[in-house]
Design a protein around this ligand. Structure first.
Ligand code: IDP
Ligand code: MG
Length: 155
């Protein structure tokens, strides 16, 4: 199964929306394979958002991502990267469709509740950035028996 990195940003943690977001991921049938709270610092954010360091909003983004601890999650499922991106919605919460996490909980282009890896390749790199191998678990969940059909799991 594919794994993807989800970060519950300070805009989620500080507003008491962690349960809402984790609940949506669980209710969808995704597996939480790893989860921990951590305080991000400048070094890890410069790596994680290296594609944005030259943007004018980068200092403000850094500040908002360090405002409180975040929750980092390794979320697993068939095509988990694409599924979680779709659940997150587009970057700007004002443009994100209702029913998506950003569309339902954010009015901001920056304080948009969650990070979700944007490709399977980036997911591998991002998970290694935030998790040690022993912090990611494989265990029995209902997902295998009750969330997927045999066809879904054949690859
Ligand atoms: P994504 O989170 O939807 O993948 P990216 O373009 O990778 O979007 O940007 C990473 C994060 O940087 C966004 O989630 C958002 O918090 C912030 N960001 C992106 N564009 C803007 C902007 O124009 N203004 C302020 N913050 C932005
Ligand atoms: Mg991105």
């Amino acid at each position: 199964m594919e794994q993807t990195l989800v970060i519950l940003k300070p805009s989620c943690v500080a507003r008491g929306l962690m349960g809402e977001v984790i609940g949506r991921l669980e209710a969808k049938g995704l597996i939480v394979a790893g989860m921990k709270m951590m305080q991000l610092d400048e070094q890890i954010l410069r790596e994680h958002y290296s594609h944005l360091v030259d943007k004018p909003f980068f200092p403000s983004l850094m500040k908002s991502m360090m405002a409180t601890p975040v929750v980092v999650m390794c979320v697993e499922g068939v095509e988990a990267v694409r599924v979680v991106r779709a659940m997150a919605g587009v970057t700007n919460g004002r443009n994100a469709a209702l029913g998506t996490i950003r569309g339902d909980f954010s009015v901001s282009g920056q304080k948009n509740i969650v990070h979700a890896s944007d490709s399977p390749e980036n997911a591998v790199v991002e998970l290694a950035r935030f998790f040690k191998p022993e912090e990611i678990f494989s265990y029995e969940t209902a997902a295998y028996s009750y969330c997927y059909g045999d066809d879904d799991l054949k690859d």
